[in-house]
Design a protein around this ligand. Structure first.
Ligand code: ADP
Length: 644
């Protein structure tokens, strides 16, 4: 099976190479086994040496003891022969030859041991011989040896005996079982042996001289048992088998360890990746066992609550980051979560940082399942809501400020309209007053009281007119502040400001912007206000609509390239046939809390840009508001301004 390739490693996550010693660890059992085997072999060898030495010592001691016994035996026979010689001598010099046979000692010797007894006179002539007849009749197989004893009368007694018989009689049975016992002459020729002649063949032997009992004779003991060589026999075969087995096991161990090493390397890489990912998460993670004990927290969570991960791991509720005053409530929630009833969409909680600061978190709980699919606890992801809350708060304030500005603008428009509407009656009052006063002057005696009253009336009317004029001047919208303006960005900005409001109303806004729109020169803030007003109106119109609520805001360039156009279309109830004039009439509103000034202001702004504002019912239902602005307005306006 091909070895699986190592997983790819990111250079930043490269692991330090493992020490050589650890990499070669698989060979350790083999080495130890070889040391053990060497020890066993040495022990076997030493044991063999000890056995050999023991056998040698026993051999030497047995040889000495046997030699002593054999020599003593020969000595005894020699003494007996000497006794025979002495008796012969006692019979006198002329003892006849048959006298030899009558000697009991001679008969005893022959009976026991001797093959023959020969009497030779001083001239070496045979005097008598026992037994009578040729020697060969009693000599038997094998070589023979002889003993001699001199006679005082001259001559010699010679007794022949069989060394083989001597050995048979002298060597005890237990020694004969242990050794081959041989008698050798000085030329290594075998004189007698307890066994058939066998080669020594590495057996231990010991040779000892038999002198003086047997001149030129040697006694040799050859051990029958051969001490087996240390490398022969079962132990060495077992050791060899053991080494082969260990070698095979080591091979398997090596493969296994390589596999484990690869798995470990892969695991360490994966762990490093996971650690890096966990550390880079902005979401806090915590794992708890089924008792609610924290078994893991990531760095983000630890930082969130101001503790070190090791300070948190192992803790049971109540946790140190629970606010002291709401332990009971949090404990209830904890028990609910442990029972697996945590809301799937998460829940909000308030935690306490180590420094005492409280902060809001969003917690999502999920079951923690091990590799065998057993539910072993809960994994929680925790989002710190502080930043989000801050942004929401800022957005809310911005919206409020915008609404406030909108109301102020509207109020200004109302006041401006009022001023415009009041101007005429005040002018009329002043004119009538002037006419009446002229008529009164023509009278011969005008009533001074009436005249004063009329003068006062005129003054008050003029004063009221001046006040109205001043208010009008003060509240009249500022003139457009013209500057290069990217309409698409203006539309996107306006829609973005209403994003939350529209989300709440569940209205979907689709932008269809012409990317090739030229940059025009306009007051971006005012145009944005128009867009906001139109989109907000469309949102209000859709509020009661069931089903899909959609607003499409688009931009386009006219065919001749001289005008840009913004459309705001909705799929609401439409305008019910009302035209732009009716809709833009001051204070026209169908809403309960509507002021009815929004569209009027929009038209004023567009017209101030020399554009056209229009509204119709869209062909497929809903309302369509359109504003068209000249592309080159700015050039003419600016050049006029520059010239001024
Ligand atoms: P307000 O919003 O305070 O009512 P506006 O001048 O902005 O004042 O709008 C005047 C009226 O025009 C609204 O009350 C509403 O009846 C009508 N209107 C404006 N936009 C739409 C629209 N998209 N669909 C239907 N009617 C609309």
């Amino acid at each position: 099976m091909p070895a699986p390739a190592d997983p790819p490693r990111h250079p930043a996550l490269a692991l330090p190479p493992r020490p050589k010693l650890r990499r070669g660890l698989w060979a350790l059992p083999l080495l130890l086994s070889l040391v053990f085997v060497a020890g066993v072999l040495l022990w076997l060898r030493a044991s063999e040496q000890a056995d050999l030495e023991e056998q040698r010592l026993a051999l030497v001691s047995d040889a000495l003891s046997l030699e002593t016994q054999a020599s003593a035996r020969i000595e005894r026979e020699t003494l007996l022969l000497k006794d025979v010689a002495t008796r012969l001598d006692q019979r006198g010099a002329g003892a006849p030859a048959p006298a030899l046979a009558t000697l009991p000692e001679a008969q005893q010797g022959l009976h026991r041991f001797w093959i023959s007894l020969t009497w030779i006179d001083a001239a070496n002539r045979l005097v008598a011989q026992l037994p009578d007849g040729p020697d060969g009749a009693r000599s038997g197989p094998g070589l023979s040896a002889h003993l001699s004893a001199p006679l005082a009368s001259g001559g010699t007694l010679v007794a022949r005996y069989s060394p083989g018989e001597m050995l048979r009689q002298t060597v005890p049975w237990w020694l004969a079982r242990k050794y081959d016992v041989r008698l050798l002459d000085s030329f290594d020729a075998v004189i007698a042996s307890t066994t058939e002649d066998r080669p020594i063949d590495g057996r231990q032997s010991w040779r000892i001289s038999m002198a003086p009992a047997l001149a030129d004779g040697y006694l040799e003991l050859v051990a029958r048992d051969v001490v087996p060589r240390w490398y022969h026999g079962l132990p060495v075969a077992m050791v060899a088998g053991f080494v082969a087995l260990i070698a095979a096991i080591t091979g398997m161990l090596r493969r296994q360890m390589h596999g484990v090493s690869r798995a470990e390397a892969a695991w360490r890489t994966e762990a490093a990746w996971r650690q890096a990912m966990e550390d880079s998460l902005t979401v806090g993670l915590r794992a708890r066992d089924l008792d609610g004990r924290l078994v893991y927290v990531n760095r983000t969570l630890a930082d969130m609550v101001g503790y070190e991960p090791h300070e948190l791991v192992g803790l049971l509720p109540p946790m140190p980051y629970w606010p002291a005053d709401s332990h009971e409530e949090i404990m209830q929630r904890h028990l609910r979560n442990m029972a697996g009833q945590a809301p799937r969409e998460g829940y909000e909680a308030r935690w306490r940082h180590r420094d005492g600061r409280l902060f809001d978190v969003m917690v999502f709980e999920a079951p923690l399942v091990d590799a065998r699919g057993v539910h072993i606890g809960w994994m929680g992801s925790i989002l710190d809501m502080t930043e989000r809350r801050r942004l929401e708060e800022r957005e809310r304030r911005q919206t409020e400020t915008m609404a406030h500005h909108g109301r102020l603008t509207m109020l200004g428009e109302v006041a401006s309209t009022l001023a415009h509407e009041l101007n005429q009656p005040l002018t009329a009052i002043a004119s009538y007053n002037a006419g009446v006063m002229n008529s009164m002057h023509k009278l011969p005696s005008p009533d001074p009281v009436v005249m004063r009253a009329l003068t006062r009336l005129g003054e008050q009317a003029a004063h009221a007119g001046a006040i109205v004029q001043r208010i009008r001047e003060f509240l009249t919208r500022r003139e457009p502040r013209l500057e290069p303006c990217t309409l698409n960005a203006v539309i996107e900005g306006g829609v973005a400001l209403l994003r939350r409001e529209l989300q709440r109303q569940q209205v979907q806004v689709v932008l269809q912007l012409d990317a090739a729109l030229p940059v025009i020169v306009a007051d971006a803030v005012l145009i944005e206000q128009v867009v906001i007003n139109l989109v907000r109106n469309a949102g209000d119109a859709l509020a009661q609509r069931p089903g899909e609520r959609r607003i499409v805001a688009g931009s386009s360039l006219s065919a001749d390239g001289r005008f840009v156009r913004i459309d705001v279309r909705d799929n609401g109830p439409g305008l019910g046939g009302l035209g732009i004039e009716a809709l833009c009439a001051p204070f026209f509103s169908t809403k309960v809390e509507g002021m009815g000034m929004g569209l009027a202001i929009c038209r004023s702004i567009i017209e101030a840009h020399h554009g056209v504002f229009d509204a119709t019912d869209a062909p497929d239902g809903g309302a369509l508001f359109t504003l068209t602005l000249p592309v080159n307005l700015a050039a003419s306006e600016l050049s006029a301004e520059d010239a001024a």
